[in-house]
Design a protein around this ligand. Structure first.
Ligand code: NAP
Length: 529
């Protein structure tokens, strides 16, 4: 059995960054990655139109200024192939590939109490041990395909956006059905519509989306950012979501109607997620939120020509409660003659048939079904691994009523197990790359501290964990987030406990992590060597 200082599960942005950090500590490490290449999210999500909705200049690592300076992004929002090329470049540039074993899914990770080591087993039969086990398994990596009756009877092509084939899928001349209208669907739908003979969009909940206004990145803009990259990173780190949303302290209800309209119009034109940064109270006050929601509803009515279709596309919930989307020509697509919107909230999908699918009211003949039905978010990938801590307790049992962590980075009873951007950390409510990097930095500093101080094991105390879980919930309860059935709450997965999983507030969170470290890892139990 091979022994490592650290086993890292997952070779996406988190695993790659963590490997770089533990290498820096002089530790031996092995990364296991289920895919045939690195990249995680950006390896698997190859559907047409897949691109990041955080600007490319910010969706990148900052651990090496040379890397920041030499890499040139081509668009304001980077496409999936470009991000995949970037992460591969990072792996090669820092000579990390040798420690990454691809095509290898981790099956179990069991803490051996007497040896104080994690025993990790893969589906391909590797058995290794490591002092530290670091879960870099991703927040949105366990694809959710609803268990529709007759699902496996379909005779055509069935795809999930999060597990897309590597070769191009041709939709020409095909009748295509897309199930779902979340971030993945709204990117894929306009492009599939351009190609398909006919596209049926099966929508359960309408989506708020702001145009991305994507464009080639002006070399002048890029040069200016690079001249003070640290400045951009610093500004971003002080924003509520950890990226430059141009968030203000202004309150919507303190502005006049004309001022609000002008602000929203300006943000709509500039495009993207900073729309939610227009006013500080948009996610806290229903009255404030209504003003933003009504603005977007007005845009939908203006864009979509058929008033009935427009009405079906118009959301009624709080804007931002489910993740705000950012699109290129999404609502406009419903003006095409070859696109039909099907409201499956009124007439749910009853079954998948050999030739298509049937809703309560009607049968649809399809050559291809695209499931854009999302993920078992934040906990799914962890639950797919048999993780056992002290006393043989499984993580699945410990988290049966919802995930419990301290700072989203560790969980009591599982010594020397770290989770990158786990539930209870800002993760999906932030720019993922800086959040990943902040965790990888914090974990590597913690490991370094343990070495200096002769600490053998670390795990959160139950008290600290309980207090943190309560705090995460309290913060969420003070917002409008729990007012709809989002995947943040696990509501998209039947039977999953309804618990708000991410922590809202990147700057406050980072400060808390710093304080915990400065106080000798307050809230953690440290066992000496
Ligand atoms: P998602 O946001 O969870 O959307 C899933 C869609 O499938 C929803 O419209 C959902 O409807 C629908 N659905 C699920 N089960 C269904 C069923 N049984 N019947 C009918 N409809 C069903 O998933 P996603 O679009 O893959 O996005 C997930 C997250 O990934 C995003 O929120 C974002 O954080 C990230 N992402 C980011 C980007 C980007 O950076 N641009 C792109 C893609 C994804 P309901 O709403 O009614 O449940």
């Amino acid at each position: 059995m091979a022994d490592f200082d650290a086993v890292i599960v997952g070779g996406g942005f988190a695993g790659v960054c963590m490997l770089h950090r533990v290498r820096g500590l002089g530790l031996t490490a092995r990364v296991y990655e289920a895919g045939s290449g690195v990249g995680g999210t950006w390896f698997w999500n190859r559907y047409p139109g897949a691109r990041c909705d955080v600007e490319s200049m910010e969706y990148s690592y900052q651990f090496s200024d040379e890397l920041q300076q030499e890499w040139a992004w081509t668009e304001r929002y980077a496409s999936q192939p470009e991000i995949l090329a970037y992460i591969n470049h990072v792996v090669d540039r820092f000579a990390l590939r040798g420690d990454i074993q691809v095509n290898t899914r981790v099956k179990s990770a069991v803490f051996d109490e007497s040896a104080g080591r994690w025993r990790v087993e893969t589906a391909t039969g590797d058995r290794v041990s490591a002092k530290f086990c670091i879960m870099a398994t991703g927040c949105l990596s366990s694809a959710n395909i609803p268990k529709f009756k007759g699902r496996d009877s379909f005779g055509g092509l069935m795809l999930h956006t999060g597990n897309w084939p590597h070769e191009r899928v041709a939709f020409t001349g095909k009748r295509v059905g897309v199930i779902g209208t979340g971030s993945s669907a709204i990117q894929a739908i306009p492009l599939i519509a351009e190609e398909a003979a006919h596209l049926f969009v099966f929508q359960r909940t309408p989506t708020y989306s702001v145009p991305a206004s994507n464009h080639p990145l002006d070399p002048g803009v890029q040069r200016r950012v690079k001249a003070d990259y640290a400045g951009l990173r610093q500004t971003a780190s002080q924003m509520p979501f950890g990226f430059d949303t141009r968030s203000t302290e202004k309150l919507a209800m303190e502005a006049t109607e004309e001022e609000r309209r002008a602000e929203y119009e300006d943000r709509w034109e500039r495009g993207g997620l900073p729309f939610l940064g227009t006013y500080a109270d948009l996610l806290f006050s229903k009255e404030a939120n209504d003003t933003a929601a009504e603005f977007i509803r007005g845009k939908i009515r203006a864009i979509v020509r058929d008033p009935k279709v427009a009405e079906t596309l118009t959301p009624t919930m709080v804007v931002g409660c489910k993740r705000l989307c950012s699109d290129t020509g999404y609502y406009e697509t419903f003006n095409r003659p070859n696109v039909t919107l099907v409201d499956v909230s009124r007439s749910p999908i009853d079954e998948i048939t050999p030739h298509g699918l049937r809703t309560k009211d009607q049968a649809y003949e399809l050559d291809c079904i695209v499931f854009a039905t999302g993920f078992d978010a934040m906990t799914g990938a962890l639950m797919n691994i048999d993780i056992r801590g002290k006393g043989g307790i499984t993580l699945a049992r410990k988290w049966a009523e919802g995930p419990r962590t301290y700072l989203g980075v560790a969980t009591a009873g599982f010594p020397n197990l770290f989770i990158i951007t786990g539930p209870g950390s800002p993760s999906v409510l932030s720019n993922m790359v800086p959040s990943i990097e902040q965790h990888a930095n914090w974990i590597s500093r913690c490991i370094g501290y343990m070495d200096e101080q002769d600490v053998e094991r670390i795990e959160p105390t139950v008290d600290a964990e309980d207090a943190w879980v309560a705090h995460v919930n309290e913060v969420a309860d003070g917002t409008l987030y729990p007012t709809c059935n989002s995947w943040y709450l696990g509501s998209n997965i039947p039977g999953k406990p309804r618990v708000f999983m991410p922590y809202l507030g990147f700057p406050v969170y980072v400060q808390k992590c710093e304080e915990v470290a400065a106080k000798g890892y307050e809230g953690f139990a440290l066992m000496p060597r």
